[in-house]
Every structure is written in C-alpha cells, then in structure tokens.
Design a protein around this ligand. Structure first.
Ligand SMILES: Cc1cc2nc3c(=O)[nH]c(=O)nc-3n(C[C@H](O)[C@H](O)[C@H](O)COP(=O)(O)OP(=O)(O)OC[C@H]3O[C@@H](n4cnc5c(N)ncnc54)[C@H](O)[C@@H]3O)c2cc1C
Length: 277
C-alpha cells in the first residue's frame, strides 16, 4: 500500500424504519436520539465521515419515502415527499441493536424541529450510508475543523482513532455549555470556540484558528465540515495559500445558510451528500 491511501467503499442503499428508543439532551443545542427497530440489524457504517439520509414526517405527519428505481428515487404520485436531511451515524451498537444520532437544535427546520419534540415510539426512515470515504490512517497529524454539525463525526472519529495518532480539533459552538466531553486513545487537543451570538453562517473563528495553527512535522490531513461557503473558503485557503495537496484535504458543506443570497452555495467540493439519495 502506498503512502496516505484513502479508500472509497460503496454499500447497497437500504431504507430502514427507525423507532425512537431514548432521548438525551447532551448540551443546550445537541439532542441525542437513540433508535432501534426490526430493520436496524445489518446497518453498516465504515467511517466517521459517513452519513445517512433521514426522512421526517411531511406536513400531514406522514412518512412518504421513495422507492429506488433504475432512474433513482421515485416518490408516489400525489403525495408530499418527506423532507430528507443528512446526519452522521454517531454510533452503531449491533449487540444492542441501537443507532445513535446527535441532532443540532439550531432552530426551525424539519429535522431540528422534529428532534426537539421527538418522543419514544416515534418513527422516521433512514437511507444508507450508500458509501464510505475511509481516510488513510498513516498521516502524522489530523486536523479536524467544524461547527457543531461536525461534532458527531469528530466525536466518533476521536473514539475510533488508535493510540499513537495525533489529532487537533478546531470546534466552533454556540455557547460554552455546548462543549462535550470527548474521549480518544489518540493524543488530541480541542480548541473550543464560542460564537457568542455571531451568525453560524458567517463565522470567522474557525477560519482564524486555521490560519493560526502552528505547522507540525510530517504530513497533516485536514477534515473540514461547516456551513457550505465557509467550508469551501477554508479548503481554498489550504489549497491556494498553504499549498496543501488536494488529497490531504476533505472539506464538506454540512448545511447552507440562506442569508446574504447564499441560496446558490454549493456543498463541499469533495463529495455532495446534500444530493438526493
Ligand atoms: C454529511 C453530513 C452529515 C451531517 N451530520 C449531522 C449531524 O450528525 N448532526 C446534525 O445536527 N447535523 C448534521 N448535518 C447537518 C444537517 O444536515 C443540516 O444542518 C440540515 O440543514 C438540518 O436540517 P433542518 O431540517 O433542521 O433545517 P433546514 O430545513 O435544512 O434549514 C432551515 C434553516 O436553518 C438553517 N440551518 C440549517 N442547519 C443549520 C445549523 N446547523 N445552524 C444554523 N442554521 C442552520 C438553514 O440555513 C435554513 O435557514 C450533516 C450534514 C451533512 C452534509
């Protein structure tokens, strides 16, 4: 195997009905929901960077999901499709048949609103993961950068990192109370940055911290997940100003700010999880 070889895996797309088992408010803006159900066995997620497509009840309170035809997803005619959003499988416990997903409570939106009011016994539908991008494990340092939507992936990544790995996390959160206790066998530091009322779509804290990050000996892999425009700007900074090889950066837009005419913002450049299933 050559140096820093990433792996891309494909998985068959399966839609699963998930039933809420338990809910835990981790921090003021993070709701942990543990799902179970008869469809869950066989769930597979190879990378902390994975995502599932979650389908939430439509305005009539119904779950209307697509069937997967030869031309992609097809919805039944005459019904309002369920809103679909991307979420990170934070933890899958096959023995307990439990899938944990952490939802940022950012305000309005079908996903955040549903998570805020979720109760045991309620159901949603999950599709995927349809693929996994497994980052090479032989970098000298990993720099993980994100807002709170990236925290589930970063928390999982830290838990899965082996002893001997070196990780630096730059994490932007809404309030000091949104800090989480993170654990890892790796050697890691977390720079928690509190927005303190600033707009999560505009930010500046992550960008500045990335600029100020001291160099380290050897090769560094950069993983970035934040609002689309911000993720893209940080990727361009590393690429254009720092000359980091493209294969050592993975930057993904995890959500789109609709303020300031950003409707046209593209998701991150490495992959486009906001595309349809
Ligand atoms: C690969 C991937 C993995 C992800 N994993 C997670 C995860 O594990 N947990 C998680 O909480 N999110 C995660 N996200 C982000 C999540 O999909 C988006 O935040 C999504 O837009 C939320 O949907 P919604 O229905 O709540 O709001 P939407 O209907 O999409 O948006 C409603 C309004 O809220 C704004 N908005 C959306 N998200 C945010 C936010 N985070 N902060 C501030 N304003 C926001 C929008 O600009 C819009 O104005 C992930 C995204 C991707 C692409």
């Amino acid at each position: 195997m050559s140096l820093h070889e990433h792996q891309t895996l494909r998985h068959p797309v399966i839609l699963r009905s998930l039933e809420v088992q338990r809910i835990e408010r981790l921090t003021p803006h993070m709701q942990r929901i543990v799902f179970g159900g008869a469809d869950l066995p066989g769930f597979f997620s190879a990378s902390p960077d994975d995502h599932v497509k979650l389908f939430f009840p439509n305005s009539a309170g119904e779950l209307v999901t697509p069937t997967l035809g030869p031309n992609g997803p097809e919805y039944p005619l005459g019904s309002e499709p369920s809103p679909m959003r991307d979420y990170t499988p934070r933890r899958y416990d096959a023995e307990r048949n439990e899938l944990t997903i952490d939802f940022v409570l950012h305000g309005d939106g079908p996903a955040a609103s549903w998570a805020m009011r979720a109760a045991p016994g309620q159901r949603i539908v999950a599709g995927g993961p349809r693929g996994s991008f497994v980052v090479a494990g032989d970098f000298d340092r990993y720099v993980l950068v994100g807002d709170e939507t990236a925290l589930p992936a970063i928390g999982r990544w830290l838990e899965e990192m082996p002893a001997g790995a070196r990780v630096e996390v730059l994490m932007e959160i809404t309030d000091t109370g949104d800090r989480q206790a993170l654990t890892s066998a790796a050697s890691f530091t977390v720079n928690w940055m509190v927005r303190d009322g600033a707009d999560a779509g505009r930010g500046g804290l992550l960008e500045q911290a990335l600029r100020n990050l001291p160099d380290a000996p050897g090769d560094t892999f950069y993983w970035i997940a934040a609002e689309s425009r911000r993720a893209r700007a940080m990727r361009l900074f590393l690429d254009n100003e720092r000359g980091i090889p493209k294969e050592w950066i993975r930057a993904t837009g995890y959500w789109k700010s609709e303020k300031d005419g950003n409707e046209q913002a593209r998701p991150g450049d490495d992959h486009s999880p906001m595309n349809p299933l």
